[in-house]
Design a binder for this molecule. Structure first.
Ligand code: P6P
Length: 332
C-alpha cells in the first residue's frame, strides 16, 4: 500500500485528522527532495561542506543541514503547521497562520512540527546513512513542546541504500515502515506493523567513552560483555554507526538496544541527544513497537520539556535489555 492510501484510510476511519494527513504528505514530499539532494551531494562536494556556522548542538552546520531544513519548511508552509521547531534554529519558526492552507484547519486544529532536519549529517561526506526525524505535536498554547506521550505522530526518514520511513500516529497500535519506490515517487508499506522483540543480542553504544560512563551503565555493560558466562547467559554483538537513525532503523527491523547515556565529560552529563526532536519521536515509535525508552530510570515520554534544545540520556529498544539497565539504575 502506498503512503498516500495509508493516510487516506486513516482519515476516512477517523484515526487521524486531515491536517495530520496533509502534514505527513508534505513531510514525505520533502524527504524525497532531500534524498535526491543527498545523492548528488557526493558529486557536488560543497553541499556536504560546512557553512562555518554551528547549530544549537554546537555541531558544525553543513550546507545540507540548512538546505534540508529549508525544504521541509517550504513544504509545510501551506499546511496548518503554526510552528516548526528545528535543531538548526535557536527559536521556533512561526509559519503563516495557515493562510493559503491546503486544509480548512480552524485555529484549534493547528499543529507544530519539531525536526532534526538531517540527523548524523557529519556522515554524509563518507556515504553513511543519515535521516530526518520529526515529531507532530498539538499547538494549543503556542510553540511550547508537549511531553512525548502527547505527540500526535512521530517518525523518521533514512537516506541510505534505501530511502525509508517509519511512522506512528497516536491512535496506531504499532508503527509502520515504508520504502521509497524505484521511481522515487511513492513510499510503499513494508510488510506488517513493527514489533521490537523483547530480547535481542545486539547493542549500540560508543564504547570510546567507557571510562566516562556512570556506574549503572558500566555495570550493565559488564554483564553484556560477560556474555553467556554472565547474568544474560548469551553473547552479544555491538554496532555503532554514529548516525542514530541508522542504528534506530536496524533496531526497529531486527531488535537491539541503543544507548547514548550521560557521562562525566564536560557538557555530556545529560548525554548528547535532544529530548524534543530526537528522543521523543524515537521513544514514541519504540513504545508503539513494544519496546522501552528511558533516560536510565525514567520513561522518556513522561519527561516535561523545559527547553527546546534540552538534552537527555537515551536508552531505547528491546524491553528486556532496557529493563536490566533500569534495574542497575535502581540498584545504584
Ligand atoms: P558520537 C549524530 O551527530 C548524533 O547526534 C547521533 O545521530 C549519533 O548517534 C550520535 O550523535 C553520535 O555521537 O559521540 O558517537 O559521535
Amino acid at each position: 500500500m502506498r503512503l498516500d492510501d495509508y493516510l487516506t484510510n486513516r482519515c476516512d476511519d477517523g484515526r487521524i485528522s486531515l491536517t495530520e494527513a496533509t502534514v505527513m504528505r508534505k513531510l514525505a514530499a520533502s524527504a524525497i527532495s532531500i534524498s535526491r539532494l543527498i545523492r548528488v551531494s557526493g558529486i557536488e562536494a560543497d553541499l556536504a561542506a560546512e557553512t562555518g556556522g554551528a547549530n544549537s548542538d554546537g555541531d558544525d552546520q553543513k550546507a545540507l543541514d540548512v538546505l534540508a531544513e529549508e525544504m521541509i519548511i517550504d513544504h509545510l508552509k501551506h499546511t496548518a503547521t503554526a510552528y516548526v521547531l528545528s535543531e538548526e534554529q535557536d527559536a521556533p519558526i512561526a509559519l503563516s497562520s495557515g493562510e493559503g492552507s491546503e486544509t480548512t484547519a480552524s485555529q484549534n486544529d493547528q499543529i507544530m512540527v519539531a525536526i532534526d532536519p538531517l540527523d548524523g549529517s557529519s556522515n554524509i561526506a563518507v556515504n553513511v546513512t543519515v535521516g530526518t526525524i520529526f515529531s507532530i505535536m498539538p499547538c494549543d498554547n503556542g510553540p511550547i513542546p508537549c511531553r512525548g506521550r502527547d505527540q500526535l505522530a512521530a517518525g523518521f526518514f533514512t537516506y541510505g541504500p534505501q530511502t525509508t520511513l517509519i511512522l506512528a500516529f497516536a491512535k496506531d497500535a504499532a508503527p509502520q515502515c515504508f520504502v521509497l519506490d524505484e521511481g522515487d515517487e511513492h513510499f510503499v508499506a513494508m510488510g506488517d506493523p513493527v514489533r521490537i522483540p523483547d530480547h535481542s543480542n545486539e547493542y549500540a553504544i560508543n564504547a570510546a567513552y567507557a571510562e566516562h560512563w556512570f556506574l549503572p551503565v558500566k555495570s550493565w555493560m559488564a554483564e553484556v560483555l560477560a556474555g553467556k558466562d554472565g547474568a544474560y547467559g548469551k553473547d552479544f554483538r555491538m554496532r555503532w554507526v554514529g548516525s542514530m537513525v541508522a542504528d534506530a532503523w536496524r533496531i526497529f527491523r531486527r531488535g537491539g538496544t541503543f544507548l547514548y547515556p550521560g557521562d562525566n565529560r564536560k557538557g555530556y552529563e545529560h548525554g548528547r541527544l535532544r529530548l524534543v526532536y530526537e528522543a521523543n519521536p524515537i521513544s514514541f515509535l519504540t513504545e508503539k513497537a513494544g519496546g522501552q525508552a528511558v533516560n536510565g530510570s525514567e520513561r522518556i515520554l513522561d519527561l516535561l520539556p523545559k527547553d527546546l534544545h534540552q538534552r537527555t540520556p537515551l536508552v531505547f529498544g528491546s524491553a528486556a535489555e532496557v529493563d536490566h539497565l533500569i534495574a542497575h539504575h535502581r540498584d545504584e
